[in-house]
Structure formats: C-alpha cells, structure tokens
Design a protein around this ligand. Sequence first.
Ligand SMILES: [Zn+2]
Length: 202
Amino acid sequence: MKIFDSHTHINAPQFKGEVAEVLQRAQALDVVKMLVIGYDKPSTDCLFSLMKQYKGIIYGAVGCHPEDAAHYNDNLIEYLRGKLQHPQMRALGEIGLDYHCDTPHEIQKEVFRSQINLAKELDLPISVHNRDAFEDVYTILRESDIQQVGGIMHSFNGNAFWAQKFLQLGMSLSYSGVITFKNAADVREAFMVTPLERVLVE
Ligand SMILES: [Zn+2]
C-alpha cells in the first residue's frame, strides 16, 4: 500500500539536517508522499526548499494557525496569497480554532473565516486545526459553504456524531496516532463510520 501522510512538520528546526533520513524511514513504511505544513516564515521558507529538493514527494500547505491569529493582518494575507501560488502547494492550512490557547475566540473566528474566503478565492482545500472547538468550527464551516473547496479535519479526535456532521459538510477526516490511544474508543467509533475514500492519515 502506498500512503500519503496528510500532515507533517518536517520543516521544523528539530528536523534540520535529518530530512533525508526521515523520508527514508517513512518510505520503508510505504509513506511515499507527504504534505508539509508551514506555520511561520522560517518553516515556510524551509518548506519551499524541501518542495524544490523533493519534487513529486513533498507538497505544501501554509496558513495562519489559530494560536497566531492575533498577528493576522493584510500583509500576512498577501504573503499567504503569494506562497499559495506555487504549483506544489495543495492546501491552505492549518487554520481553525484552538480553545486551549489564549487568543480570544472572536479573533480566532474572524481569522478562520477570512482564510476560508482566501481558500475559495484560490480554489484550494483547507486543513483544519480544531482543539476543543467542535461546535464553533462546525458552524463556521457550514455557514461558509465549505463544500466549494472541501478540506481535511486534521488529527480528527471527535466521536462518531461529529464525524458524521463534518462528513455531511463534505470534509474528509484525517486520523493520527490518537486513534491508537487506550482512552480513544470514541475516535475508533468515528473511524468506523467514515467511508474509506474520506479517510486520510497523518
Ligand atoms: Zn500541524
């Protein structure tokens, strides 16, 4: 089986000088391609050099993470719009809501909506980060007609109820190592109701 990893950060400084080795280890496990997510300028610069070096293996995404929502402004929108023109860039993300962090919810929501509009303008799917914010993420996706571009619920950790709600919006669900946790029986139930063609892994 050939596996596409839908969410990695091998552009993080921790992987400096080790990317070739990491890709080799991934390949040995049939992970042949991956999406690398830029989350700030240095990690996005690193992503661009990786895309150049590993054409056909590494694809990219970039977006303003909800934790950084307070820094979102017109300059950043222009920066993202520019970066997302690259042909190996495949998604806008990760974007969404993180109610575990200190950034005020209203700011996060505004930035999430703004980037969904940008994704639609660029005709790119989105990669959604959701932490303790199911209800509000769902409402924003539903109100913004996300079917137009679609997207991934990254590291989905909800139950079968939420899986079905997001599937109905046309979203795909990406499962991570969380699904193997002892206390994650509800995530395994969510997986069971997810059609295989809507399953991604990371
Ligand atoms: Zn991430």
